[in-house]
Design a protein. Structure first.
Length: 256
Protein backbone atom coordinates (compact mmCIF):
# COMPACT_ATOMS: atom_id res chain seq x y z
CA UNK A 1 0.00 0.00 0.00
CA UNK A 2 1.51 3.28 -1.13
CA UNK A 3 1.69 6.06 1.45
CA UNK A 4 2.66 9.72 1.19
CA UNK A 5 4.39 11.87 3.79
CA UNK A 6 5.38 15.52 3.74
CA UNK A 7 7.66 17.65 5.89
CA UNK A 8 7.71 21.36 6.50
CA UNK A 9 11.32 21.84 5.41
CA UNK A 10 11.77 23.60 2.06
CA UNK A 11 14.13 22.38 -0.64
CA UNK A 12 16.99 24.58 -1.80
CA UNK A 13 18.60 25.53 -5.09
CA UNK A 14 22.38 25.65 -5.25
CA UNK A 15 23.53 27.94 -8.03
CA UNK A 16 26.47 26.99 -10.20
CA UNK A 17 28.87 29.04 -12.27
CA UNK A 18 26.77 28.59 -15.40
CA UNK A 19 23.75 30.09 -13.65
CA UNK A 20 21.87 26.81 -13.32
CA UNK A 21 21.16 25.35 -9.93
CA UNK A 22 20.73 21.88 -8.46
CA UNK A 23 17.63 21.18 -6.38
CA UNK A 24 18.36 19.43 -3.11
CA UNK A 25 16.82 18.70 0.25
CA UNK A 26 15.67 16.01 2.67
CA UNK A 27 12.62 14.01 1.69
CA UNK A 28 12.80 11.94 4.89
CA UNK A 29 13.97 13.16 8.29
CA UNK A 30 14.71 10.47 10.86
CA UNK A 31 13.43 10.54 14.44
CA UNK A 32 11.11 13.46 13.79
CA UNK A 33 7.51 13.25 14.99
CA UNK A 34 4.87 13.71 12.34
CA UNK A 35 1.75 15.76 12.69
CA UNK A 36 -1.25 13.96 14.18
CA UNK A 37 -2.71 11.61 11.56
CA UNK A 38 -4.79 9.70 14.08
CA UNK A 39 -1.39 8.54 15.33
CA UNK A 40 2.07 10.05 15.66
CA UNK A 41 4.70 8.63 13.33
CA UNK A 42 8.46 8.75 13.05
CA UNK A 43 11.00 7.03 10.80
CA UNK A 44 13.79 5.06 12.43
CA UNK A 45 17.37 5.82 11.31
CA UNK A 46 18.44 3.41 8.58
CA UNK A 47 14.89 2.65 7.48
CA UNK A 48 15.55 3.82 3.90
CA UNK A 49 18.94 2.16 3.40
CA UNK A 50 17.82 -1.05 1.71
CA UNK A 51 14.96 0.67 -0.11
CA UNK A 52 17.45 2.63 -2.21
CA UNK A 53 18.73 -0.60 -3.80
CA UNK A 54 15.28 -1.72 -4.92
CA UNK A 55 13.77 1.61 -5.98
CA UNK A 56 13.72 3.64 -9.17
CA UNK A 57 12.95 7.05 -7.73
CA UNK A 58 11.55 10.01 -9.63
CA UNK A 59 11.78 13.66 -8.72
CA UNK A 60 8.24 15.00 -8.91
CA UNK A 61 6.71 18.31 -7.97
CA UNK A 62 3.57 17.77 -5.87
CA UNK A 63 3.70 14.02 -6.65
CA UNK A 64 2.49 14.79 -10.17
CA UNK A 65 4.03 12.43 -12.80
CA UNK A 66 3.50 15.08 -15.46
CA UNK A 67 5.77 17.44 -13.47
CA UNK A 68 8.84 15.19 -13.39
CA UNK A 69 12.15 17.05 -13.05
CA UNK A 70 14.55 14.23 -12.16
CA UNK A 71 15.06 10.48 -12.17
CA UNK A 72 17.40 8.18 -10.28
CA UNK A 73 20.24 7.06 -12.54
CA UNK A 74 19.80 10.11 -14.80
CA UNK A 75 20.09 13.31 -12.79
CA UNK A 76 18.82 12.32 -9.32
CA UNK A 77 21.13 11.22 -6.50
CA UNK A 78 19.84 9.93 -3.16
CA UNK A 79 22.03 9.63 -0.08
CA UNK A 80 21.18 8.33 3.37
CA UNK A 81 22.90 9.90 6.36
CA UNK A 82 22.24 10.26 10.08
CA UNK A 83 19.67 12.98 9.48
CA UNK A 84 17.60 11.13 6.89
CA UNK A 85 17.30 10.68 3.14
CA UNK A 86 18.82 13.50 1.09
CA UNK A 87 18.23 13.97 -2.61
CA UNK A 88 19.94 16.17 -5.19
CA UNK A 89 18.70 16.78 -8.71
CA UNK A 90 21.25 18.07 -11.20
CA UNK A 91 20.02 20.57 -13.82
CA UNK A 92 18.54 19.28 -17.07
CA UNK A 93 17.27 21.43 -19.90
CA UNK A 94 13.54 20.83 -19.45
CA UNK A 95 10.68 23.19 -18.71
CA UNK A 96 9.69 21.16 -15.63
CA UNK A 97 13.16 21.40 -14.13
CA UNK A 98 13.55 25.12 -14.77
CA UNK A 99 10.10 25.92 -13.38
CA UNK A 100 10.55 23.73 -10.30
CA UNK A 101 13.95 25.24 -9.54
CA UNK A 102 12.59 28.77 -9.99
CA UNK A 103 9.62 28.07 -7.69
CA UNK A 104 11.86 26.55 -5.01
CA UNK A 105 14.24 29.50 -5.19
CA UNK A 106 11.35 31.98 -4.99
CA UNK A 107 9.97 30.25 -1.90
CA UNK A 108 6.72 29.13 -3.55
CA UNK A 109 7.25 25.46 -2.71
CA UNK A 110 7.68 25.37 1.05
CA UNK A 111 7.80 21.66 1.85
CA UNK A 112 9.08 18.31 0.66
CA UNK A 113 7.53 14.91 0.31
CA UNK A 114 8.03 11.28 -0.65
CA UNK A 115 5.84 8.37 -1.73
CA UNK A 116 6.70 4.94 -0.37
CA UNK A 117 5.66 1.53 0.90
CA UNK A 118 6.50 -0.03 4.26
CA UNK A 119 8.06 -3.42 4.95
CA UNK A 120 7.98 -3.24 8.73
CA UNK A 121 6.84 -0.97 11.51
CA UNK A 122 6.33 -0.97 15.27
CA UNK A 123 3.34 0.36 17.23
CA UNK A 124 2.88 1.43 20.82
CA UNK A 125 0.04 2.88 22.88
CA UNK A 126 -2.55 1.44 20.47
CA UNK A 127 -5.13 1.54 23.26
CA UNK A 128 -4.75 5.32 23.59
CA UNK A 129 -6.07 8.20 21.52
CA UNK A 130 -2.55 8.99 20.32
CA UNK A 131 -0.82 5.77 19.22
CA UNK A 132 2.82 5.87 18.21
CA UNK A 133 4.10 4.32 14.98
CA UNK A 134 7.77 3.82 14.12
CA UNK A 135 8.65 2.90 10.55
CA UNK A 136 11.59 0.50 10.81
CA UNK A 137 12.06 -0.44 7.15
CA UNK A 138 10.79 1.19 3.99
CA UNK A 139 9.98 -1.18 1.15
CA UNK A 140 10.19 1.02 -1.94
CA UNK A 141 10.47 4.73 -2.61
CA UNK A 142 8.53 5.98 -5.61
CA UNK A 143 9.16 9.72 -5.69
CA UNK A 144 10.65 12.66 -3.84
CA UNK A 145 10.40 16.37 -4.37
CA UNK A 146 9.10 19.77 -3.29
CA UNK A 147 5.43 20.40 -2.58
CA UNK A 148 3.14 23.38 -2.25
CA UNK A 149 1.43 22.34 0.99
CA UNK A 150 3.76 20.72 3.56
CA UNK A 151 1.14 18.88 5.59
CA UNK A 152 0.06 15.32 6.22
CA UNK A 153 -2.98 14.94 3.94
CA UNK A 154 -2.84 11.16 3.59
CA UNK A 155 -5.38 10.64 6.37
CA UNK A 156 -7.38 7.88 4.62
CA UNK A 157 -4.32 5.64 4.40
CA UNK A 158 -3.31 6.66 7.92
CA UNK A 159 -6.66 5.58 9.33
CA UNK A 160 -6.41 2.31 7.42
CA UNK A 161 -2.98 1.36 8.77
CA UNK A 162 -4.09 2.27 12.29
CA UNK A 163 -7.12 -0.01 11.98
CA UNK A 164 -4.90 -2.83 10.71
CA UNK A 165 -2.49 -2.41 13.61
CA UNK A 166 -5.29 -2.45 16.18
CA UNK A 167 -6.89 -5.47 14.48
CA UNK A 168 -3.60 -7.38 14.80
CA UNK A 169 -3.19 -6.40 18.45
CA UNK A 170 -6.73 -7.11 19.59
CA UNK A 171 -7.30 -10.00 17.13
CA UNK A 172 -10.45 -8.49 15.70
CA UNK A 173 -11.58 -8.70 12.06
CA UNK A 174 -10.76 -5.80 9.79
CA UNK A 175 -14.03 -4.78 8.17
CA UNK A 176 -14.06 -4.09 4.45
CA UNK A 177 -14.27 -0.43 3.61
CA UNK A 178 -17.43 0.92 1.99
CA UNK A 179 -16.98 4.21 0.18
CA UNK A 180 -20.71 4.99 0.12
CA UNK A 181 -22.17 3.81 3.41
CA UNK A 182 -20.86 2.74 6.79
CA UNK A 183 -21.65 -0.84 7.80
CA UNK A 184 -23.28 -1.36 11.20
CA UNK A 185 -23.28 -4.47 13.34
CA UNK A 186 -26.83 -5.17 12.16
CA UNK A 187 -25.57 -5.35 8.56
CA UNK A 188 -23.02 -8.08 9.15
CA UNK A 189 -22.88 -11.79 9.93
CA UNK A 190 -19.88 -13.44 11.55
CA UNK A 191 -18.84 -17.06 11.06
CA UNK A 192 -16.36 -18.30 13.67
CA UNK A 193 -14.43 -21.51 12.97
CA UNK A 194 -11.93 -22.35 15.69
CA UNK A 195 -9.86 -19.15 15.97
CA UNK A 196 -10.78 -17.82 12.53
CA UNK A 197 -13.54 -15.30 12.05
CA UNK A 198 -15.13 -14.56 8.67
CA UNK A 199 -17.35 -11.50 8.29
CA UNK A 200 -20.07 -11.19 5.65
CA UNK A 201 -21.66 -7.83 4.91
CA UNK A 202 -24.15 -6.26 2.56
CA UNK A 203 -27.50 -7.40 1.25
CA UNK A 204 -26.08 -10.74 0.08
CA UNK A 205 -24.50 -11.59 3.44
CA UNK A 206 -26.77 -14.56 4.14
CA UNK A 207 -26.36 -15.91 0.62
CA UNK A 208 -22.58 -15.63 0.91
CA UNK A 209 -22.70 -17.25 4.33
CA UNK A 210 -24.77 -20.15 3.02
CA UNK A 211 -22.30 -20.78 0.22
CA UNK A 212 -19.41 -20.82 2.71
CA UNK A 213 -21.21 -23.23 5.02
CA UNK A 214 -21.97 -25.59 2.15
CA UNK A 215 -18.27 -25.52 1.25
CA UNK A 216 -17.39 -26.44 4.83
CA UNK A 217 -20.00 -29.21 4.87
CA UNK A 218 -18.62 -30.68 1.64
CA UNK A 219 -15.11 -30.68 3.09
CA UNK A 220 -16.02 -32.26 6.41
CA UNK A 221 -18.48 -34.79 5.02
CA UNK A 222 -17.91 -35.53 1.29
CA UNK A 223 -20.62 -38.21 1.23
CA UNK A 224 -24.08 -36.75 1.59
CA UNK A 225 -25.89 -40.08 2.01
CA UNK A 226 -26.18 -39.62 5.75
CA UNK A 227 -26.36 -35.87 5.81
CA UNK A 228 -29.48 -33.85 6.11
CA UNK A 229 -29.20 -31.67 3.01
CA UNK A 230 -31.36 -28.96 4.43
CA UNK A 231 -31.69 -26.00 2.15
CA UNK A 232 -29.74 -23.15 3.68
CA UNK A 233 -31.13 -20.56 1.30
CA UNK A 234 -31.94 -17.35 3.17
CA UNK A 235 -35.11 -16.98 1.15
CA UNK A 236 -36.85 -19.22 3.70
CA UNK A 237 -35.95 -16.91 6.58
CA UNK A 238 -37.47 -13.55 7.30
CA UNK A 239 -34.50 -11.96 9.03
CA UNK A 240 -31.75 -14.56 8.90
CA UNK A 241 -32.62 -16.09 12.29
CA UNK A 242 -33.72 -19.40 10.80
CA UNK A 243 -30.62 -19.52 8.62
CA UNK A 244 -28.33 -18.90 11.57
CA UNK A 245 -30.02 -21.62 13.59
CA UNK A 246 -29.44 -24.15 10.81
CA UNK A 247 -25.84 -23.02 10.49
CA UNK A 248 -25.23 -23.48 14.23
CA UNK A 249 -26.77 -26.94 14.09
CA UNK A 250 -24.67 -27.89 11.07
CA UNK A 251 -21.43 -26.69 12.61
CA UNK A 252 -22.08 -28.58 15.83
CA UNK A 253 -22.87 -31.76 13.87
CA UNK A 254 -19.56 -31.74 12.02
CA UNK A 255 -17.36 -30.23 14.69
CA UNK A 256 -14.23 -32.28 15.12
Amino acid sequence: MKEIRQINIPAKVEKRADGLGSIHGYAIVYNKDSEDMGFIERVKPGAAKNALTRSNVRGLKNHDPSLIFARQGVNLTLTEDKKGLRYEASPVDTANYRETAAEVEAGLLTGQSFGFTILSDEWSDLESDHPQRTITEIGEIFDVGPVTYPAYPDTSVGVRVLKEARARLFKTPLMPENSETEETTEDMVKLIINDDEIVFTGESRFDDLSVKINEIRSTLCPSTDEVDNTDLSPSTAQDGTETMAKIDELLMRFKK
